[in-house]
Ligand binder design. Sequence first.
Ligand SMILES: O=C[C@H](O)COP(=O)(O)O
Length: 291
Amino acid sequence: MGSRYTDAEWSMFIEEVEHDLKVSSEPYSCPSIRSSGFTKTIDHTLLKLETKAVQIDELCAEARVNGFASVCVRANFVHQCAADLRGSGVRVACVVGFHEGTHDLLYKLQEAKTAIQSGADELDIVINYLELQARKYNSIYQELVALRSQAQHPVQLKLILETSQLNRSQIIAGCAMAAAAGFDFVKTSTGFNGPGATVENVRLMAACCQKLAEGNGPGRKRMQVKASGGIRTLEDAVKMLEAGASRLGTSGGVWIAREAKEKAEQGMSTNGAVYGEGRRPSLQTRLFTDY
Ligand SMILES: O=C[C@H](O)COP(=O)(O)O
């Protein structure tokens, strides 16, 4: 779908997606907490502005040891992460337009270019959700398409919708925009603006991804869902995976992996918390050193 489509035409397409959208309450199958596939769902995240280089080294070491999918950092740490993680199989994800999403296109393009040149494998890009609220669909689409051409495959693109700021229809519109522009994932939240991932929103996004892939509209590749923001426990993680997420963005990955390992060793169900020594980070905690 090109720029010849008006906002009104985009609206019609989005309404079609919303019409009869079936959101399943059945759990999706997800990797066993005993398997390496479980820790491979985690993007080990550290995005606080005051992050120090030594904390990034530790983040990367933890990602290697636990076999996480990626580390998710700001652009200034991508080069360091790429060096730390060379040969490990752990990918480097970089946020773009973080966390407001309202930066202009040239800024976002430059940030994306720098991140890729520094070694990023994945970009987590914040949508301009103010434009989404205002139904400026064509403007959003143009931005996403420009970013997709700047960051071509095999770089994976995730679109952060900031679901706490959106209603149901706006979340569906965000998924439709991402699919039309050829993104690989839709992601719930930055973790810095309102409540993070909810089961309800993850289910909705998973249903949208399925419907968009099956439909005749633009963007027929099946996108995946990344749940992020406020995921702190093994129980949170399993709930999000069962709701349809295949990737989890969390600054609590080490705790979640530890809890999974302990439960696997003790043969316990996922109900009933077993925590390791120390203090679990709170919902507000994004300080790596709080661990
Ligand atoms: O993208 C990931 C989020 O920023 C992580 O949020 P969190 O610090 O609440 O886990």
